[in-house]
Design a protein around this ligand. Sequence first.
Ligand SMILES: [Zn+2]
Length: 339
Amino acid sequence: MTIINQKAYKILENSIKKNSLSHFYIFHGPNNVGKKNLAISFAKLLFCKENTKDCLVSETCINCKKIDDGKHYDLVIMDSKSPVDGVEDNKSDQIKLAHVQEISRIANLGPFMSEYKIFILDGAEKLNNEASNAFLKLLEEPPKSSIFLFLVNDLSSIYPTILSRAQKINILEISEEEMEKYISSNFDIDDSVIQKILQFSLGKIEIAEKLSSDTTLIDGYYESYDRFLEFCTSDISERMNFAQKFSTRFRTDRNAIFNELNLWIDFCKISLNNFYEDKNSQLFDTDLFDMFDTEEINNFVLELIKTISNLRSNANPRLVFDVMGLNLPVFQKEKLNGI
Ligand SMILES: [Zn+2]
């Protein structure tokens, strides 16, 4: 079983019970907070013969079995990477007109084995202008029995005209207590490792699940943290070398760089959380607070967010990383040796 946001689930459950289903939902909330889990539970709730998200997938419930296997005809999950005719080389990472045309085509066929056809569009903020307009048209005369479900981090990146037609459901992060209970009852992991997972996942259940299923992934977090420290303690000329390396890597693997920068933001957040909650976390041998104060760490977060947003709007990567290197606070290594 998977843990899902109970409050949001209740809203959906009631809308089915009260027969007031919307044909368009937007689930919004931070990355990895469980939007997709919730969307799949919603599909089960609608398709399951037993009408429960916790159906035991007995021989009699073909619907839940097919959903679990990722093969249900009436559940279509798409993102910018989904292969559709007309999008061969999708380097821009946008959701394009061809994706929406494919959705429209399948929607018009109607459901095969259920009352509804559900379309989950993961990362719907990546809809480009053309695709957004096509989707609006689709919403104006939605094919009967279709339910569209957008999963987005940030509502502000969706067309207001699209937003106004959706039922919006906010998915919040879950508490550390809930998460701890979930991990310890579902995975066989040492308590010290669970404590690390709790800190690294920052309330995001999808991250916690990923790290709990494969604890060797935690090493990758520590490696990224080491690179971050190296960056923090580098002087301006060393940072220009970093910028060179980062921009080269960015050209071949954008996502690796986005992942790295997002991890660095998370490390700052972890440090700030521990500081404000007065926790002695011992997650890292060298804490950011050994080098920087709260204002500087907050500046790190802002500057990293700015870097990501500039990269997403296709600014010259070398320039973006040069600016990042210049704007981020510099720490004198000599000070660290004195600790
Ligand atoms: Zn079922």
